[in-house]
Design a protein around this ligand. Structure first.
Ligand code: GLU
Length: 542
């Protein structure tokens, strides 16, 4: 159990790094929210890029004074406070801005002989670390503002997870279901060439990955296009894109990485007694009910991991309708139905009731919005019954809804932690590509032999000391690991470690800075501190 104390600013919090009550505090910071963003916390449908800027400026409010002090220290007190303030202000404006963005259009000859002009974007939000990293999405709704916002989210996501990249994102404005495979390949290859020509694709500069509407197939086309053009003499060419199929230099575990990371992130909050007491839930995933919004890469894998941990899926929402069953929806049954001949949809799944529209008003413990941005808004937030929301999509909750949920004591695991598993394992894949060796390849046999030698040695020593035969048998757990760590084992443990470290960092930042249960703010603060440190050390003019 936690004990309570009252801190300097009058907040009630738990001792240690676990806050259980969130109380509004007066703003004691100098940083002002820019005029153009002041309406965002009340906006029903904010501009996506402004919504991310709003989250960023909230972190600036917490950090700015500290940055001024830090900068004065770094510069050996050569700067006056005023000079440091001017500089910090400029640095924050630069960190907020999207550094560059390309918009391209190119013709596609369709299978029916007609021509279509395809439009796409790539935004590089921050090059404070290189390469920049972020997915490529295919969706009819894609636009410049969305890509700009998503690239900024990538900057903060990489920073909070300590994945050493700047942020980027790209999108092509098409509904991939309306194009043949030949057409999709032509679009992907042409788009890749447009990026290559402009310095927006290479292992050292800019590395895309799958996102909504794309998968390993598109990544293989991108990799091949790069390798056969600009990258023809580049030994690290395969590292120009991640999320590739294994036979193209991909890594085991990348496909499920976002869902797996989301599951680990959930564990770090749901197993915390204090947070659960605050939210009105019992700790642990076992026995909990959940609803998934979106059943793509994030939703399907999350479903498997949650189910394996003993939770029950009561509903799944998709763009064309939802399925609902209080008694539970089996992942493999739903997958088999959706992937069945001529289906491609969850609608009509016999193991549940099909419902037109969403399931936001259905009772459940956990809600995973895993499809797209701004789905939980001021308009529908009051319907939501879940007590824990884990963001699988980027930016699914608007600031107005976010505030209302926190006031209602709902715990929100923010996107930059919730879906960070994807880019984390992308990083492992990129390392594999530039190192030209898969994890475990050199050590696999050595570890196995060493483990057997260890067992033999223990057996011999005991037999010599006790003068009798003592057969030593590995326990089933040890037996499973005796063969040494495979690439998949290393990816899984690397991912679990990364999510744990980030979740704990966010939780202690929230506690140390008196941010209550505003874990999004804590995550942005943590990310901003890392980015600022990098820029303050080098990269910003003296
Ligand atoms: N599209 C994913 C994201 O939004 C993965 C990005 C990557 O691996 O570069 O995080």
């Amino acid at each position: 159990m936690s004990s309570l104390t009252r801190n300097k600013s009058g907040l009630i919090c738990a001792i240690g790094n676990q806050i259980i009550k969130q109380i509004k505090q007066p703003c004691r910071f100098k940083h002002q929210m820019p005029e153009r963003l002041k309406h965002i916390p009340n906006e029903e449908n904010p501009k996506f890029s402004q919504m991310v800027q709003y989250f960023f400026h909230r972190a600036c409010e917490i950090c700015e004074d500290k940055f001024v002090e830090d900068l004065m220290k770094v510069r050996g007190n050569m700067l006056t406070k005023e000079e440091a303030q001017i500089k910090v202000d400029a640095m924050l404006r630069q960190i907020e801005a999207c550094e560059s963005m390309v918009e391209v259009s190119f013709p596609l000859k369709r299978d029916n002989g007609k021509y279509e002009i395809i439009q796409g974007w790539r935004a590089q939000h921050s090059t404070h670390k290189l390469p920049v990293k972020g997915g490529l999405r295919y969706s009819e709704g894609v636009n410049a503002d969305e890509i700009r916002a998503l690239s900024a989210i990538m900057t903060f996501k990489c920073a909070v997870c300590d994945v050493p990249y700047g942020g980027a994102k790209s999108g092509i404005k098409i509904d991939p279901l309306k194009y043949s495979v030949r057409e999709l390949e032509a679009i992907t290859r042409k788009f890749s060439l447009e990026l290559i020509k402009r310095g927006y694709l290479s292992p050292a500069q800019d590395v895309p990955a799958p996102d909504m509407g794309t998968s390993g197939r598109e990544m293989a086309w991108i990799s091949d296009t790069y390798a056969k053009t600009l990258g023809y003499q580049d030994l690290t060419a395969a590292g120009c894109v991640t999320g590739k199929p294994i036979n193209q230099g991909g890594i085991h575990g990348r496909d499920a990485a976002t869902g797996r990371g989301l599951f680990h992130a959930t564990e770090h909050f749901i197993n915390n007694e204090c947070y659960m007491e605050f939210a009105g839930l019992k700790p642990g995933l076992k026995g909990k009910t959940y609803i998934l919004q979106g059943y793509g890469n994030v939703g399907t894998h999350t479903h498997r991991y949650y189910k394996r941990a003993g939770a029950t899926c009561v509903g799944v929402m998709e763009i064309d309708g939802s399925v609902y069953n209080e008694k539970g929806i089996e992942p493999h049954e739903l997958d088999a139905y959706r992937l069945g001949p001529g289906k491609g949809s969850i609608k009509g799944f016999p193991g549940a009731q099909t419902i037109d529209g969403d399931l936001f008003d259905k009772p459940c413990d956990i809600l995973v919005p895993g499809a797209k941005e701004k789905v939980i808004t001021k308009d529908n937030v009051d319907k939501i019954k879940a007590k824990l929301i884990v963001e699988g999509a980027n930016g699914p909750i608007t600031p107005a809804a976010d505030r209302k949920l926190r006031e209602r004591k709902v715990i929100i695991v923010p996107d930059i932690l919730g879906n960070s598993g994807g880019v984390t394992v992308s990083y492992f894949e990129w390392l594999k590509n530039i190192n030209h060796v898969s994890f475990g390849r050199l050590t696999f046999k050595y570890e196995k032999d060493a483990n057997y030698h260890l067992l033999n040695s223990v057996q011999k020593s005991l037999e010599e000391a006790l003068c009798k035969e003592i057969p030593i048998k590995p326990t089933p757990e040890f037996y499973k690991r005796i063969a040494g760590a495979s690439e998949k084992d290393i990816v899984h443990s690397g991912l679990a470690y990364s999510v744990e470290r980030t979740a704990k960092g966010i939780q202690s930042t929230a506690a140390d800075m008196d941010l209550g249960t505003d874990f999004r703010l804590a995550a942005y603060v943590m990310a901003l501190m890392r980015i600022f440190d990098t820029c303050a050390t080098a990269g910003f003019p003296y």
